[in-house]
Design a protein around this ligand. Structure first.
Ligand code: ZN
Length: 370
């Protein structure tokens, strides 16, 4: 089974009446992805029959969206070490529960009930967005722990005379890339092109400039001011469609680069969160390169498997209809300001409005559960 086939597996949550109530799309059940799959009872071994070091997470209903991001966090060395060394004993915090989970995950398959509770997730049968919960977790843990995922952008707008009319810095956890209709004949969206386009300046009309005292054409530019140690790209597959007044999924094939280069940094792909199916009725899994043995592993709820060696080569610049979140780790940074410098600038403590709102909402949910 190659890695692409692995990801075309049937979702593992049960088909029961609660899904019908949740508006599950019956068409998904007819999808070929869903019809021919099976699991092996003891898949946590590789082809040489050696025991794999990693353990799965129970699916509590339809919680694969959470399992996949938790496994990414667990398998991210700097994050795991920060959780182990900096998360305290206060049982009301996400830190405490993440630390407990990581401890359990080192020795056995485990559950996520406490994490679900601290995240305020009541209905475990409702499929949710992995990207949203990835950001929620990072917003809830202490800033020292989450900082390796945090980058800073600066959006600058200049009038046609070159006056700066707007200059907004802001932190980010994920860079959202719009999947535009691919122009090439293979109908493939290039993540590399999308990433580069994100930082290309664009022209907007009719923006007011104080100094010119009139409206004029302006240029908007976005710059990455602090490159995170871990750069996460979010492919915007789920978009609101105003015709149907609902979210639709873009299943477009994308080409995933194994490395990304910015002016100052090189990044190397080490984790992917995949999604198959629709927003409400799909299935999430994660593929992660281990920092222990440098092999790729596939995390599919309870099951951890190793793709066969031939399929690994496909992961360099692979084409995929399922990739959703892409995590790259920094491999070069010659001109990078150090963490001390960022701290001095107060960067760590700054939260964007979105993050702040997210955090407040989660905390309200949490209080509601107590
Ligand atoms: Zn001006």
């Amino acid at each position: 089974m190659n890695v692409i086939e692995q990801f075309n597996k049937v979702p593992c949550f049960p088909f029961n009446s609660s899904y019908v109530d949740e508006g599950m799309d019956y068409l998904d059940m007819m999808d070929p992805f869903w019809t021919h799959q099976h699991y092996y009872p003891n898949e946590n071994v590789n082809t040489d029959n050696k025991t794999i070091l990693y353990y799965g997470l129970h699916n509590q209903g339809a919680t694969c969206y959470l399992n996949s991001v938790l496994q990414v966090l667990f398998m991210t060395k700097g994050f795991r070490e920060a959780v182990e060394s900096h998360c305290g004993q206060d049982q009301k915090t996400a830190d405490f529960h993440l630390k407990s989970l990581f401890k359990a995950l080192k020795t056995s398959e485990t559950h996520t009930k406490d994490i679900l509770s601290i995240l305020g997730i009541g209905n475990v049968y409702e499929q949710r967005d992995a990207a949203e919960y990835f950001e929620n977790i990072l917003s809830m843990v202490n800033p020292y722990v989450s900082q390796i995922f945090k980058g800073h952008l600066r959006h600058t707008m200049r009038c046609s005379e070159g006056h700066v009319t707007s200059d907004e810095p802001g932190p980010f956890w994920t860079l959202p890339l719009s999947i535009e209709n691919p122009s090439d004949s293979n109908k493939t969206y290039s993540v590399r092109d999308g990433f580069e386009k994100f930082f290309k300046s664009s022209t907007v009309s009719e923006m007011y400039c104080d100094q010119c005292n009139e409206k004029s054409y302006s240029t908007i530019a976005c710059k990455m001011e602090h490159h995170p140690k871990i750069l996460t790209l979010l492919l915007k597959r789920f978009e609101f469609d105003y015709h149907s007044m609902s979210y639709t999924k873009n299943d477009c094939c994308v080409e995933v680069p194994h490395t990304l280069r910015t002016k100052n940094c090189d990044y190397e792909l080490y984790a992917v969160v995949d999604h198959v199916g629709s927003l409400r009725g799909g299935h999430y899994t994660a593929r992660i390169k281990s920092y222990d043995d440098h092999n790729w592993y596939v995390f599919d709820d309870s099951y951890v498997t190793q793709p066969n060696p031939q399929s690994i080569s496909h992961m360099n610049n692979e084409r995929s209809q399922s990739v959703y979140l892409l995590m790259y780790k920094k491999s070069r940074a010659p001109d990078q300001p150090g963490e001390e410098e960022i701290k001095k600038r107060g960067g760590i403590k700054v939260y964007g409005r979105g993050m702040e709102e997210n955090r407040r909402r989660i905390e309200e949910n949490k209080r509601g559960m107590e």
